[in-house]
Design a binder for this molecule. Structure first.
Ligand SMILES: [Fe+2]
Length: 178
């Protein structure tokens, strides 16, 4: 096999790929999918306190993974929390920083967080921030005295989404469940 310098891309055509386990994939894979995040068609904005909302995009109960967009609608804070899983986030709009670190995230920037880190999210941007996240739970949230308030894992996020849908007559979207 020759060394590839770039993927073959001379023709826009579907190629029948000789993969040995196609039938297993067809039978067992949850399948790839597209979730629209620009509208509320696939998933509504669910209030997350007075100044924020979450648009849930995916839940994977096998790996305690959840994906969403966190929208802090103006200058505000998401209180100190401790991660017990790995977090991957991209700043989509506005700007955001953590009191514990010396950087400020701006649109297009990647935020990585690792288990064992605790931090306090602040946006001082007049429009707040939107953050896309691919996140692994659990996340422990603490009050100002360091007392554990609640632990948010994939089940917490599913309940957050489903409760809002139930209360507002919105159909649960099966596409969000991997
Ligand atoms: Fe965090």
């Amino acid at each position: 096999m020759a060394v590839m310098t770039a993927p073959p891309s001379s023709k826009a055509a579907i190629v029948d790929v000789p993969f040995a386990h196609k039938e297993l994939v067809a039978r067992l894979s949850p399948g790839g999918r597209y979730i629209d995040a620009q509208s509320d068609v696939d998933s509504p904005w669910v209030p997350f306190g007075d100044n924020a909302a979450i648009k849930h995009l995916a839940f994977d109960v096998r790996q305690n993974l959840f994906s969403n967009i966190l929208w802090v609608k103006g200058p505000g804070v998401i209180g100190t929390h401790l991660h017990r899983g790995t977090i991957t986030m991209v700043c989509l709009e506005g700007s955001v920083r953590y009191l514990e670190y010396d950087w400020v995230a701006s649109p297009g920037g990647l935020i990585l967080e690792v288990p064992g880190e605790s931090h306090t999210l602040v946006t001082e941007h007049p429009q707040g921030t939107k953050l896309f996240g691919w996140m692994q739970g659990p996340i422990d949230f603490f009050d100002e005295h360091g007392v554990l308030v609640d632990t948010a894992d994939v089940w917490w996020y599913i309940n957050h989404y489903e409760t809002y849908c139930r209360d507002n007559g919105i159909a649960i979207n099966p596409k969000l469940y991997l």
